[in-house]
Design a protein around this ligand. Sequence first.
Ligand SMILES: Cc1cc2nc3c(=O)[nH]c(=O)nc-3n(C[C@H](O)[C@H](O)[C@H](O)COP(=O)(O)OP(=O)(O)OC[C@H]3O[C@@H](n4cnc5c(N)ncnc54)[C@H](O)[C@@H]3O)c2cc1C
Length: 291
Amino acid sequence: MTNTDVLILGAGPAGLTAGLYAVRAGAKTVIIESLAPGGSVNLTPDIENFPGFIKIGGAELGTKMLEQTESAGARVVYDEVEDIDFDKRTVKTAEATYKYNSLIIATGVSPRKLGLGNEEDFIGNGIHFCGLCDGQFYRGKDIVVVGGGNHAVEEVIYLSAIAKSVTIINNTDKFIAQEVLVNKIPAKAKVYHSATVTEIIADKKITGVKLKDGTKIACDGIFVAIGRVPNTNLFKDKLDLSRDGYLVVNNEMRTSNASVFAAGDVVQKQIRQVITACADGAIAATFATRK
Ligand SMILES: Cc1cc2nc3c(=O)[nH]c(=O)nc-3n(C[C@H](O)[C@H](O)[C@H](O)COP(=O)(O)OP(=O)(O)OC[C@H]3O[C@@H](n4cnc5c(N)ncnc54)[C@H](O)[C@@H]3O)c2cc1C
């Protein structure tokens, strides 16, 4: 059993900032990360709205945050959480069991899927959620991007430089993305508004999509950017969640359990950005370490 003052789940901007504030408050701090440090910032090529950097690569910003938090004294471990006992204040992972005084949940969000029959068969091999990660497989090929918000439009801008053709399928009558991004959509991108993908056309590999009105669009790959779902499965029926599954917190970032805090995109709130995730992390750690 490893004892720690503060245990943080997730090493994205919220978890890493919480870790920095917790160690600076004198708390022994462990951060458990199930994938890669930096979290969702790794999915974006450039961040242009984080103060102090006119433009910085997402992965570079994540690495800088990790370095700062580790050098301050937090320990980051890469492991999978299996169970949490909120009464005993223990977290069991694949490798160890941790006992905490305060827990900070900073597990972020995951991409929403299309919800179509054969989708799971092609995830990572024809269906993707991150252009920066997987776009290189579609050099000179035809792709479809599904979505109409900031993320979808960012994907279109990035992937247009790689793919032979990019077709955007947006289910609203105009883009909901910021105008500054929409204005950057390259002329070669073909746009279908008020359109919904109802079928993934595939045999052994994806060959196209079918829309609700029957239109078929040939493509080699599909990039899905239709929103995100909170990573809160572990906390269902244990902590108060909003109707759409986000953690409900008070202005100290405290959840319905007094020793459990939450920060970042996983929290019920309006603005999900790096800067708001960092702010949440700072607040959560400050109250989590307050005697
Ligand atoms: C494509 C894209 C572009 C973006 N562009 C911008 C931008 O330009 N500017 C901006 O400000 N914001 C941008 N954002 C939003 C920004 O990335 C997020 O708001 C921010 O990363 C949220 O930080 P977080 O720490 O709450 O969550 P995340 O960054 O999602 O980190 C959560 C971490 O928790 C880990 N995790 C999940 N479950 C567990 C578990 N059970 N145990 C342990 N670890 C777990 C995950 O692996 C992940 O590393 C963008 C997001 C995307 C997807």
